[in-house]
Design a protein around this ligand. Structure first.
Ligand code: DGL
Length: 273
């Protein structure tokens, strides 16, 4: 039988934190992970560039047979998902589906806040796109959203400095900045795939009583629900528990870094786009 894995796309390694949670909840499915490491980070790039790169990667995943692709990257979800869903899918294959990580999180964030003040920590690109405030407003019009870009956090993780004292400095700086934007922010979302690796330090820098949400589990739960509600898509996804990994850059680099994000050893293959 032809393999029809669920495609998981990220600009690089970060989406592995999402894949890790997805496979924990749905281990029986097949997955094809693509990290566009050769062109990452996406968080500092323009709308046009992120859209162009993301579309190219989504097309490749479709060509490999994926009936469903998850953009496991906040920046790609913020800057490319809507155009792909609204304009490109019809032209490529109207039967295929692409989902992102923003909607599953914005759908439920209002359930956590008591004060109605929510904080978003993300890359510059995600913050500038304003996707989180726009989406949260649709579900929770009374919730006020305050954003803080954390441009140093992805490089800290990627350069293996995420346990160093330097990391504490930048984490505290951005959290303090966020919390001065409004009184009573009681729920903070880590709206970037890399930030779960900084969770321990983030929790230490956050005042008591603030709930810190990381996306992987939320996205995984939402995928379980989606597949249940859409048997026409679920029926196309093969279920033999296999996972393949592709990177557009060096496989050695990918495998070395990936273990940190995924929690298990990874053996990737190279893709030239
Ligand atoms: N995966 C990206 C995100 O979630 C972070 C890394 C990047 O900027 O490419 O926004």
């Amino acid at each position: 039988m032809e393999q029809q894995p669920i495609g998981i796309f990220d600009s690089g390694y970060g989406g592995l934190t999402v894949l890790k949670e997805i496979t924990a909840k749905l281990p029986q499915y097949d997955y094809l992970y693509l990290g566009d490491n050769a062109r990452s980070p996406y968080g500092t790039r323009s709308f046009e560039t992120v859209y162009e790169y993301t579309l190219e990667c989504v097309k490749w995943l479709f060509e490999q047979g994926c009936p469903l692709v998850i953009l496991a990257c906040n920046t790609a979800s913020a800057k490319a998902l809507r155009s792909i869903q609204q304009n490109d899918l019809q032209k490529i294959d109207a039967e295929k589906r692409v989902l992102g990580v923003i909607r599953p999180t914005t759908e439920i964030i209002g359930q956590y806040t008591k004060t109605g003040n929510v904080g978003i920590l993300a890359t510059n690109g995600t913050v500038i796109s304003n996707s989180y405030p726009i989406e949260i407003e649709k579900f929770y019009p009374d919730v006020a959203v305050f954003q803080e870009p954390c441009p140093m956090w992805v490089p800290l993780v990627e350069n293996n400095e995420y346990t160093s004292p330097g990391a504490d400095y930048f984490i505290k700086k951005n959290i303090d900045n966020l919390l001065t934007k409004a009184e009573g922010i009681d729920t903070v979302l880590l709206a970037c795939t890399h930030y779960p690796l900084l969770m321990e330090k983030i929790k230490k820098a956050m005042p008591e009583g603030v709930t810190v949400l990381s996306q992987g589990e939320i996205v995984a739960g939402s995928l379980v629900e989606y597949l249940h509600k859409h048997p026409e898509i679920d029926g196309k996804c093969t279920k033999s528990g296999q996972i393949s990994f592709y990177t557009t850059d060096s496989t050695d680099d990918f495998d070395n870094h990936a273990a940190v994000f995924y929690g298990k050893p990874v053996k990737s293959q190279h893709l030239s786009l």
